[in-house]
Every structure is written in structure tokens, then in C-alpha cells.
Unconditional design. Structure first.
Length: 117
């Protein structure tokens, strides 16, 4: 069982930045084999995949965040980050960290991001 703990959410004005962090309860030697993802779920909407980083470091994003969000990983710290710049009101959601390897997948508890003036 892998525990994922997110942090870094909060309230920010439109145009501002936040950095989300997700730490996994496994050693870096194991963490590096996981594909890591950030999802988000806004009120009344389905959970959606926002960004992915593979074990090899390849990244992918949904169109609405391309050029504004950056996903990265630090295997030595078993951590994945999501740098969010130029935040918009529509980015408001609970953001979830997700780890997957073969047929196994794990979720964090989520962290609230609120973009409001």
C-alpha cells in the first residue's frame, strides 16, 4: 500500500501561482518506477486528468493548462510537483495526486485550490 500526501493548496487571486507537492511513502528506488499524475475535481464536475509524468520523465497535459502548469518529479525525495502559474478562476478544484504501476493505483486525499478575487 502506498500513501500519497498532497500539500500546497490554498486561496490565490487570478493570475497568481501555487505549487502543489505530493510525497509518496515509498523509497526513491521504488518511486521512480511509478507513473505519477495530478487530477482535479471541481464542484459538480467529474474528476479529470490534468498532468502526467512517466518514469522516464515524459510529461503530458490537458489543453486547458498547457503553458501554465508544469509537472515534475524528484525521485530522490519520492515527490511529484505541480507548478501552477497564471491561475484562472476555472482552475478552482480539489487536486488529487495519483500513482500507478502495472495494475496498481493509489490516490492521495486531495488538496483544495481556490482561485478567486
Amino acid at each position: 500500500q502506498v500513501q500519497l500526501v498532497e500539500s500546497g493548496g490554498g486561496l490565490v487571486q487570478p493570475g497568481g501561482s501555487l505549487r502543489l507537492s505530493c510525497e509518496a511513502s515509498v523509497s526513491g528506488n521504488i518511486f521512480r518506477f511509478y507513473a505519477m499524475e495530478w487530477y482535479r475535481q471541481a464542484p459538480g464536475k467529474e474528476r479529470e486528468l490534468v498532468a502526467t509524468i512517466t518514469p522516464g520523465g515524459t510529461t503530458d497535459y490537458i489543453d486547458s493548462v498547457k503553458g501554465r502548469f508544469t509537472i515534475s518529479r524528484d525521485n530522490s525525495k519520492s515527490t511529484v510537483l505541480l507548478q501552477m502559474n497564471s491561475l484562472k478562476i476555472e482552475d478552482t478544484a480539489v487536486y488529487f495526486c495519483h500513482a500507478r504501476i502495472t495494475s496498481f493505483a493509489y490516490w492521495g486525499q486531495g488538496t483544495q485550490v481556490t482561485v478567486s478575487s
